[in-house]
Design a protein around this ligand. Sequence first.
Ligand SMILES: [Zn+2]
Ligand SMILES: [Zn+2]
Length: 254
Amino acid sequence: MAESEKETLKRQRRAPKPVSPEAYADAYALAQQVLQGSLSQAEAEKALTARYDLGDRVALGYIGNYLSMKRGAPKVRSTIAADGWRFLLDQFEKEGMLALQRALSVLWEHIEYLPGPEPKLRKVHADYIGKVAQHIEGDPAATLAEQIAASLRDGDEARRRRLDVAPVYPEAVLVATRAFRRNADVIAEVLVQAAGVCQECGREAPFRRLDGTPYLEVHHLTPLAQGGTDTVANAIALCPNCHRERHYGSIFSG
Ligand SMILES: [Zn+2]
Ligand SMILES: [Zn+2]
């Protein structure tokens, strides 16, 4: 065999075979089995590689990337085709806009990590970020606070004229927002340590809940959104007045 022919063969062996849409779906089904505990990740990757005659590391992308995204990893390192990303994003979209948004931030991080310009992946990102944007309203509470301030500035007469013709049933809106899953043990521990007394003003909780426990609210000293930890050390129990003051009062805000 001529040297150049050998080289060609070698290159063909190395070049990744295109992955079929059928394989995306199969990879996804195998990954579900890993999540349910009926297969190990290695077994799932082996099965996919064998079924579709894939290269060594291909299954790592289609199963591994999905699994690490499901586990909340902020980045993935295995390369998958643009259509493979579309398939994955479609699956996350079924879980809801927040899941899609999280998956998109992983994709974006991946695009930035790759050395090339990645026009195809950027197109995928652009197409799906549009879907997320359609569902996002700004923070309704923040918007409302601005509108109230404007209404007060506007004068009583104009406001009352508007009230006369305003719709009486509020419009329902869909809101996408990033929130943190808080540790219930932290909240419980802080409440136990406070023993019904506000840790700001030192007064008893203003009322009791239906179950008889004193009503206090657990507040994070450094907000979670600013990188604060969800720990007992970063939390205090406050009465509703003191809690509101922490968030809206002139001493604490701005
Ligand atoms: Zn208080
Ligand atoms: Zn708070």
